[in-house]
Design a protein around this ligand. Structure first.
Ligand code: RB5
Length: 148
């Protein structure tokens, strides 16, 4: 199951992405927000990141205005590798090299077609492992050092 969340700045793009994911037959859970009222992105970023971190979701997508705030908060949660991407090379690499378990997008940065292309290339890519796994292990060690 894929969990997707946004603040008000990412709501419109999130709804478009839910349509895209549904058309692709991907089971999706919407963690909110569900209206245009101004909300605090850390609340929704944390919710999605915790679901991915604890395994109740396989992966996640976060959308705020720029994607910056969501990526900052999600990457505070142990086990999360959240990647803010703006082109298909980045979104493919986010999986192939970084095994990103959350994709982060800017709702005020991307049009809907571009955002669907980014999500598609991330979902369709495969983690390459090998030397890249060693680097992810190094990141996990950093987490162990600072997350107590
Ligand atoms: C909300 O106005 C905006 O700050 C938020 O969506 C996001 O862009 C933060 O990084």
């Amino acid at each position: 199951m894929l969990v997707i969340g946004s603040d008000h700045g990412g709501l419109t793009l999130k709804m478009a992405l839910i349509g895209y994911l549904t058309r692709r037959g991907i089971e999706t859970s919407d963690a909110g927000t569900d209206n245009n009222d101004s909300v605090d992105y850390p609340e929704f970023g944390l919710k999605v990141a915790e679901m991915v971190s604890c395994g109740s979701a396989d992966c996640g997508i976060l959308v705020c205005g720029t994607g910056i705030g969501m990526s900052i908060v999600a990457n505070k949660v142990p086990g999360i590798r959240a990647a803010l991407v703006t082109d298909v090379f980045m979104s493919r690499m986010a999986k192939e090299h970084n095994n990103a378990n959350i994709l982060v997008l800017g709702g005020r940065v991307l049009d809907e077609q571009k955002a669907c292309d980014l999500v598609g290339s991330w979902l369709d890519a495969t983690f390459e492992g090998g030397r890249h796994q060693g680097r992810l292990n190094m990141i996990a060690d950093v987490e162990k050092k600072y997350c107590r």
